[in-house]
Design a protein around this ligand. Structure first.
Ligand code: CBY
Length: 388
């Protein structure tokens, strides 16, 4: 994160939030990241999604610093209230589907809650019931989404109990019940110490810190730490966003610590090592590899391409596109996790219809995007027109 060149866009917000929460003090980097965020805001204007704006507020407002002036001068909280409202309106028109997703709606509620924005508790009680379809992708519970909702609901619950906002006893009870239910769903996704997969575990840990006693058990704690640290050494958290999303949990912090009155943490002993993680690419392997690539809509269109060893999924898509533009053309959009495939053969993913292009290898859905998944010789790669 510290050495990364990604000091712009939403990656910068993720990074800044994480560094501030764990108390890594590096003024020139913080300055660079703040600048990057502000430039991105200017460039995108009102095109920022609600969750992106929420993340920016959390990052800029984290741990008592001078960027707070910018938050109020630029009326960021009021703008977020409007974007949150637009999400709700979209759900009303489009069969309960928000403009973005529930991970972002949860970030919205969290930021509004922590930065004294206006939101309706009744609205939240209506929208965040644990059986809401937006917690599920393809019928499967999204741990990232559930965890972010637990953090948001915990903040709201604390605001009610401390008297910061008013609410019915009934609503408070419901919120507590939702938290409990979402925590149980998260716990039931535990495997080998991870919750969901490698990349949702950091957020699940945060949710469990604030809403369960799971990690008070030393064995549970050791198991999760052991697996996460093994993944770290295998390079799983090489991308800045992946690193930013696991670090707070490893340091025992949560996004709810963002508006503690004092600076969040002082970690003078924090040792920033600039060593590269162990390389995962085997050394003695051919310099070129061949993989199968197919696009599945109703029909399957297949080809075979040869790429350099160490190539990622995106390189394969580009090679296939070069061979046959009609069948294999595609477009991408930048996301904090790298490129996101928005269309193939001109067919566009659409949140209102819950459609997207799913990535698979050998029939298994991937847990990394096209810019990170390193392909192996003989892989059967597929992009499939799917519903979530
Ligand atoms: N962030 C967001 O808005 C994204 C929220 C998130 C829950 C996110 C995972 C979690 C996170 N920490 O950010 C999410 N993914 C969502 C909501 C979605 C849906 C996007 C559409 C929408 N309604 O907003 C959707 C379509 C279900 C989806 N993710 C698809 C995919 C696939 C992308 C393929 C493509 N077309 O490019 C893919 C690759 C799964 C697949 N096999 O097809 C995918 N997601 C993955 C792997 C991931 C993980 C990325 C991990 C990594 N190392 O790259 C993820 C962390 C994330 C990003 N998705 Co989605 C989940 C995980 O595996 N733990 C807020 C914003 C401000 O930044």
């Amino acid at each position: 994160m510290v050495n990364s060149k990604y000091t712009r866009g939403i990656q910068a917000a993720n990074t800044l939030l994480s560094l501030r929460l764990v108390g890594i003090q590096n003024q020139s980097l913080e300055h660079q990241l703040t600048q990057g965020i502000q430039e991105d805001m200017k460039r995108k204007g009102s095109d920022l999604t609600s969750g992106q704006l929420a993340l920016i507020i959390l990052a800029l407002g984290a741990c008592k610093n001078t960027d707070e002036v910018f938050i109020s001068d630029a009326h960021l909280v009021r703008k977020l209230e409007e974007k949150f409202q637009a999400e709700i309106e979209n759900m009303e028109i489009h069969n309960g589907n928000p403009l973005t997703n529930y991970y972002q709606l949860s970030l919205d509620v969290l930021a509004l809650c922590l930065f004294s924005g206006d939101y309706s508790v009744t609205e939240i009680v209506d929208r965040f019931t644990p059986d809401n379809k937006n917690y599920y992708f393809g019928g499967h519970f999204s741990v990232d989404t559930g965890a972010m909702a637990v953090l948001a609901l915990t903040c709201v619950q604390r605001s009610i109990t401390s008297g910061k906002i008013e609410a019915d006893e009934k609503d408070l009870n419901k919120i507590n019940h939702y938290r409990e239910s979402l925590v149980n769903k998260t716990l039931s996704e535990e495997k080998d110490g991870l919750f969901g997969n490698t990349y949702s575990t950091g957020e699940a840990m945060q949710a469990l810190f604030v809403s369960s006693n799971y990690f008070e058990n030393e064995q549970n704690c050791q198991k999760t730490l052991h697996t996460v640290l093994r993944n770290v050494s295998q390079g799983a958290f090489r991308t800045p966003t992946a690193a930013a999303q696991i670090l707070p949990a490893l340091m025992g912090k949560t996004y709810l610590d963002v508006n503690k009155d004092s600076a969040c943490a002082h970690s003078p002993d924090f040792n920033i090592s600039s060593d590269d993680p162990v390389s995962v690419t085997p050394t003695a392997s051919p310099s070129k590899i061949t993989v199968n690539y197919s696009v599945q809509i109703n029909k399957t269109y297949s080809t075979s391409v040869t790429v350099k060893n160490g190539s990622v999924f995106l390189d394969v898509m580009e090679a296939a596109q070069k061979k046959n533009r009609t069948l294999f053309c595609f477009t991408t959009e930048e996301s904090s996790w790298g490129p996101y495939v928005t269309s193939v053969q001109g067919i566009q993913a659409n949140n209102n219809d819950r459609t997207y292009w799913e990535l698979l290898s050998n029939g298994k859905s991937l847990s990394q995007g096209v810019g990170s998944y390193v392909v192996k010789d003989g892989d059967n790669l597929e992009v499939r027109w799917a519903k979530y």
